[in-house]
Design a protein around this ligand. Sequence first.
Ligand code: RB5
Length: 149
Amino acid sequence: MIYLGSDHAGFELKESIKDALEKKGVKYLDIGTDSLKSVDYPDYALKVAEKVKEDKDKNSFGILVCGTGIGMEISANKVDGIRAALVHDEYTSQVAKEHNNANIITMGGRTTTPTEALRFIDRFMSAKYEGGRHENRINKISSIEKLNI
Ligand code: RB5
């Protein structure tokens, strides 16, 4: 399952991602926003992050789009267990999965075209988390979450 969310600045890119997923027959859940009316990105980041956290299927992930992808990335990463990565090319999409085991990718509706976004998503979906030395680093991220500082 792919959980999709955006604010107004990411709305159009989210809609084109949705159309493409639909054509490919990929299952998604759109949690909004549903128009160009101004909204606050942390509200949508939180909704998608909660869905991703609840979903125990390791192939499920989230896609969050705001103007730059930055606000969505910062907000989603406040939720324990979420590893949200701003991707801006195919390489960062691939290593977000291989090294960081990202469970959410974020993108900018004002910085990324629909064609680029679909390439990034394809690359992320075909990459595999490598584990090994990366596992220790990801465990350290979880330890930071537990410090509550
Ligand atoms: C909205 O204007 C914009 O600030 C927001 O979409 C996002 O880019 C924030 O990071």
